[in-house]
Design a protein around this ligand. Sequence first.
Ligand code: C2E
Ligand code: MG
Ligand code: MG
Length: 659
Amino acid sequence: MDNNAMGNDKKQSGIAYSIKQALGFYHNTPYVARYQQEANLRSSTFMSGVVILLEIWMILRNIRMNVLTGKCTSLSMFFEYTSSYWFLLLVGIVTLIYCRLLLREKMQRLRKYSEVWITVFSGICLYFGMTTSMKDFSRGRMITCFLTMTLFVACLLIWRPYISILLLSAIAYGFYQLLNNFSFDREGNALHVNAGDQINYITFFISLIMIAISIYHQRYREALKSQHLEIAAVTDELTGIPNMAHFSELAVSYLAEGEQKGIELVYLFFNIENFQTFNDRFGYSGGNDLLISMAQVIRDNFPDEPYARQSDDHFVVLTKSEGYERRVGAVRNSLKYKHKAEVYMDVKVGSYRVRDYTADPRLEVDHARYASALLKNHEEEFIREYDDQMDKDYRLRQYVLNNIDRAVKEGYIKVYYQPVVWSDDGELCGCEALARWDDPEMGFLSPGKFIPVLEECRQIHKLDKCVYEIVCRKMRECLDKDLPIFPTSLNFSRLDFELMDAVGELEKLVEKYQIPRKYLHVEITESALSDDVSRLQKSMRILREKGYSIWLDDFGSGYSSMNVLKDYKFDLLKIDMVFLKNFTGNENAHKIIKSILDLAKDLGMMTLTEGVETQEAVDFLQSAGCGRLQGYFYGKPMTYDEIYAKLQDGTYKLAEEFI
Ligand code: C2E
Ligand code: MG
Ligand code: MG
């Protein structure tokens, strides 16, 4: 089914329209036409089977009546008696084989000749019926053979109603004239159909016409129903354009053709920016209307190419690369400026030039999606092409997603510890556990490479669970071996509370390794806190009741810092390292940090500043009253063994008090 076969018919009504419909004056979609044709082919195989059996029976009957009784004395005489049966038998066999073959999918191209053959076959049957019945009528018998043959022919080909009416009426009228004008008895007297038989004759034909029409309409309705189901399976319900499964099919043939002709093709991924706001402002149906008009705009600009709605406000197209930017611009303009006055919105498009014409379109289009995602918050840019750098990042991203389970299982995930010190004496009062991925294939990966990907694809809980386990296991080992031990803070992603029972998982580990809860701090980043307030509040309350200390990470890095302080209760506030950027001689930075520290104190929270890199920062934070410090000045994240070595050689001194 091509894109255009799926356009919606306009609804019409009225008496004239109903009559036209009843008579079959309408345009059939290719699907319905094919359905009707197949139905006719199927009827023809059945009816030709009937003819074959009937003729065999007639030949056998002839043998019994003429050969066995000795009436027929030679083979040539036998064939003379039965020639018409042999002829019909042959035609029946040819029709049966022909129609069966044409029903095969591969033979579709030859179907256009089928109606001609079946019409010829019908003509032969009718001729046989007419001649036999003319003879019977002259002998005073009934014209059953003709009526049977007409019934038979009507069933062979179910025409549109107006054709059935014309055809069957013409046959009826023609034969009636034959009977009345050319029938004579043995004495040569002209014969006529009597009044009673005339009525029966007319009634028979009216009934036959009605049956033919009703079969046609029934098949038509079935075809529409089946077409509807088939369309539903390949169409996006809301917009009426193809869905991804259908896109994939269309794209495969489009790619094959493109490769054959040497045409460069490009995948496009359209994303409506700010669709959520539009939805909030105009409601669900307003949002739906926007998606429908977006689908129309895409259809208008890429009428002959594969296109589809992928999901939500995302659409995909596969098109020729030549001049595609102009058409993409047209799509953008019609949407962006149409709704400009109401809500700010834009269309962001990622494009990906096809490199492998045989690759799966559903996966390939993901490259274009990736390119479009990079346009987020780039107001001036609306189209971006997938390039080599993106390809590198994309491959790494795919690698991360495909291998996170293996990395966890095989122990490629490592925990590095970054020291946290008391600001007044610089003694080690804890560490932050930070994940690293040491991969045999990709090498050493820092969190920036895999954490955003895992968060975006909702896999972060797998990593975090693994980190918590490594930390707890190590602590158990230290406790057992009497090695130095210090509180460790664990990073929690917002999604951890959604994707797993974060509190339950942590508790299980604490039980399993018998870790005192005061040695574990829960770090929740500020940006994690804006979404589902009540769920997080509940988890945090349970954690605090159990005895964990809860820390607010990256304070000041997002937009909602103050709100977060209003809605949640924390034990410690971690000031983000952005405040220490361009710190030297920056009076304002000093003042801001000072007021944050005062605010935290007022709210009863302890304080820690991240990203401490210089003596100047240390001096200032000490004098401003910040409790703890963390940063490269004291040490980068390192393995437990390195920390241990530094404790041994006196670089670090373990504090006696951790709280
Ligand atoms: P974060 O939790 O704010 O961790 C602090 C980050 O700042 C660490 O980067 C650390 O290496 C870096 N850092 C510390 N002191 C300094 C400094 O003086 N200067 C500079 N320039 N950077 C400093 P890292 O290890 O690359 O981690 C980045 C982020 O990744 C973390 O930020 C955290 O949000 C996330 N992350 C790391 N490990 C995990 C984990 O196990 N689970 C989760 N959910 N997130 C993690
Ligand atoms: Mg942190
Ligand atoms: Mg932080």
